[in-house]
Design a protein around this ligand. Structure first.
Ligand SMILES: [Cu+2]
Length: 191
């Protein structure tokens, strides 16, 4: 009998927790709508803006070609973004959106730019264990130039950063487990 009461209690806690989670995601949706409106205002300020989409086939993609973008294969409405050409000291805004059929725990993306010479293989591998830090290894935080939040389907995050002064090739990757190894990587070419 005691055990039954205990089980019921657990069940009630589980239901309460689920209900609470539902409420939270509604709040998040409202917040992201406000963020979208803010983004729209920001995009009128003349800062070079690149809209990137993270897709289930583990690629960074764009919907529109623009000067300074190196593109790969197209499929449907998206084209693979292979590299971004930039000038030293230029300001760039990245608007990342995750497009997915899967829940955030299974499929989320970020856009993480690292210093030249970073051991990206090790960075990606160590970041697997950094779930509590948006999958960015604390050991490598000083080598991260800029990164978006880790976002799930339908979410958008916007960042603005200053391109480094030193010419060369800088890697950007998605640090979600397995995504860099799966091909979610590109280059910022500073020239
Ligand atoms: Cu990813």
């Amino acid at each position: 009998m005691k055990r039954t009461i205990f089980s019921s209690l657990l069940l009630m806690i589980a239901i309460a927790f689920t209900a609470c989670g539902g409420g939270q995601s509604e709040t998040e949706t409202a917040e992201s709508q406000t963020a979208e409106q803010e983004d729209q205002q920001m995009m009128d300020d003349g800062v070079r803006t690149i809209e990137i989409f993270g897709t289930d086939d583990l690629r960074f993609k764009v919907q529109e070609d623009a000067e300074g973008l190196q593109l790969g294969e197209s499929s449907g409405e998206y084209t693979v973004l292979e590299a971004i050409e930039a000038s030293p000291g230029e300001e760039i805004r990245i608007v990342l959106t995750t497009v997915s059929q899967l829940p955030p725990a299974a499929m989320s993306h970020n856009w993480t730019l690292v210093e030249m010479g970073t051991d990206v293989d090790t960075f990606a591998r160590e970041s697997l264990a950094a779930r509590d830090n948006d999958y960015i290894s604390p050991n490598f935080e000083d080598q991260v130039i800029a990164h978006t939040a880790m976002i799930g389907s339908g979410e958008t995050d916007t960042i603005t950063f200053t391109v480094p002064d030193e010419p060369g090739e800088y890697d950007y990757i998605c640090t979600f487990p397995g995504h860099y190894a799966g091909g979610m990587v590109g280059k910022l070419i500073v020239q």
